[in-house]
Design a binder for this molecule. Sequence first.
Ligand code: 13P
Ligand code: ZN
Length: 264
Amino acid sequence: MKLIEEVTDILSHLYEHGWDERNGGNLSYIAKEEEVAEVCSLDSNLRAFVYPDCDLSSLVGKYFVITGTGKYFKNCEKDPETNLGIVRVEDAHTLRLLWGYKTGGSPTSEAPTHLLCHAKRLAQDPAHRVVMHCHPTNLIAMTHVVPLDSARFTEILWKMQTESIVVFPEGVAVLPWMLCGGTEIGLATAEKMDSYRSVVWAQHGLFCTGRDLDEAYGLIETIEKAAEIYMLIADKKILQSISNDNLKDIAKAFRLEYRKGIID
Ligand code: 13P
Ligand code: ZN
């Protein structure tokens, strides 16, 4: 079950960082048919989950590994079949459960955000596969003390360490505090995913996407690392920093198409 092993390995790493307390965080991963077939029968039909407010038509036929609502990341590796599910999108509003959620339950409460973000990212990048949500401590702290503006957040995060602009040249989008667990926040997040792979939820956490688990996880690590540096130095006397010109030099050297209008 390589598919399940890879997913639960990443979930354990996220948990060990302290970014997924209790049932915090959720993950969904577009699985290939042959990967699913190694875990369960493709004809399996355990239950259905209906999302009347979400248009999933562009995802019909796709398989997802998706964490269960209320489940703890720390438990996924030792009992994946209870804490994870494998679903197929049956029609524009319905998921069919093929495997998992053994003791009951359903996909994460953030399933609307995950699914709408998958649809949006796939439209931008056919190789896209992963949506990851977690509660990184320093990034959440930043949303208490920095104006909730995507350009301002991006500029700060880029200037905290040399690697930031290399890893997320498109920047990060920031949403104001919104009620989580519904279609409204899902639509707002997916709208940002048109041109970002990372969306910050104020006083809540982070959504990152990627072509594979490592890419989405690496985005989270790099963004949270930059936020950690910011929270370490924000109230100190700054003697030197990365300048706009330094960032432009990095962009030139790495041939980055970075988001314009922030350091120009
Ligand atoms: P779930 O347990 O439903 O995945 O919710 C966790 C979470 O982080 C909500 O934003
Ligand atoms: Zn959350």
